[in-house]
Design a protein around this ligand. Structure first.
Ligand SMILES: [Mg+2]
Length: 347
């Protein structure tokens, strides 16, 4: 007899699976005409707003190792990376679509946990899960998530608006996720306290949707991106899209106490480590110098933590890192490029 734990998708069938997961997918029914279950999902977009669409494809052994991440964490993270892209555009996230290619070896309980993790994060941000597709896969699990969002036209944040003289900010600590990945690869069974926080930063990134809306509505934000490849890479993306350069200050790079200790114990330069770390999913933005102080103060009041001022936009198209007064190093984009680098194992 097959136990519940041992059940595979072929035991319950695609329709049986959809029946199991569809509960709790619609959390904001007002604009939904047809949810999961028809030939196509139907919803009304938000009037007078631009529609944002983002999609991400996650492949086992390229982006994650299934054995090293729980179903809940993988589900939540697969949605979080898309929500982070909506946040980077200043938008509110609205509808999500989730497609999976599922190898025979995966237990239904893992897939249900995957959806539970995803639904929990979706509900926290009033995002409906309105559809998707499931199919078989020969060996690897593949996850394709598409998310729509909406933003008032005047509040759209983009990568290409940074101007010389702008102040560069980030909305949270950098590098924790990279240190968490280190522990996931080394083994996490006997980790304590703050090292567990680092692992959590990698497995359960928090999309900065509220921070993105705050920045978009504040006015004066010229360029924005979410930090997924590593802050030095993502800063360089904004600079090159905008036709400018950036000067970052090493002593301003926000490094958490946990990461500072991790770097001290493992012989890393915390500034370089934090700037090269991928999958932070905080936002990096450039703000008109005349608005910078106001926005930073408003951010502190609203969120109870600082908006970190890490640098400035310069007219010269180069990336610099100031280590101490008078000591300037070239800042080479470092971080993840899935066509060049090893897998970002762990999700
Ligand atoms: Mg992005």
């Amino acid at each position: 007899m097959t136990t519940e734990n041992g059940k595979r998708l072929q035991d319950i069938g695609e329709f049986g699976f959809i029946d199991r997961i569809r509960k709790g997918c619609v959390v904001r029914p007002r604009n939904v005409v047809r949810p999961i279950g028809d030939d196509a999902a139907v919803f009304t977009p938000d009037a007078d707003r631009l529609t944002l669409v983002t999609t991400d494809l996650l492949v086992e052994r390229v982006h994650f190792l299934k054995e090293r991440i729980s179903g809940e964490d993988l589900g939540a993270k697969s949605l979080a990376v898309n929500l982070s892209d909506i946040a980077a555009m200043g938008g509110e996230a609205r509808e999500a679509f989730v497609s999976l290619a599922i190898p025979d070896s995966i237990a239904v309980t893992y897939l249900e946990a995957f959806y539970n993790g995803m639904k929990e994060l979706a509900a926290a941000h009033a995002v409906n899960i309105l559809g998707g597709d499931t199919t078989g896969s020969r060996s690897d699990l593949m996850i394709a998530v598409t998310v729509t969002g909406s933003v008032p036209p005047a509040e759209l944040l983009r990568r290409d608006g940074a101007r010389p003289g702008d102040v560069v900010f980030v909305t949270g600590w950098l590098g924790d996720s990279r240190a968490g990945l280190h522990w996931i690869l080394e083994g996490t069974s006997d980790l304590q306290g703050e090292d567990r926080e680092l692992v959590r930063a990698h497995r359960r990134p928090r999309p900065h949707l509220e921070e993105g809306r705050f920045l978009a509505a504040a006015g004066g934000v010229h360029g924005a991106i979410d930090v997924s490849d590593g802050a030095s890479s993502d800063a360089a993306h904004v600079a090159s899209e905008s036709g400018v350069g950036m000067r970052l200050f090493g002593d301003r790079i926000p490094v958490s106490p946990a990461l500072r200790n991790f770097c001290a114990r493992n012989g890393h330069d915390p500034v370089r480590f934090a700037l090269a770390g991928g999958e932070d999913y905080v936002l990096l933005c450039t703000v008109s110098a005349s608005r910078a102080e106001d926005i930073a103060r408003g951010f502190q009041n609203r969120f109870g933590r600082p908006l970190h001022r890490i640098g400035e936009v310069i007219a010269d198209r180069r990336m610099e890192l100031v280590r101490s007064p008078g000591t300037v190093e070239a800042l080479h984009p470092e971080g993840w490029d899935h066509f060049k680098k090893k897998p970002s194992v762990g999700g």
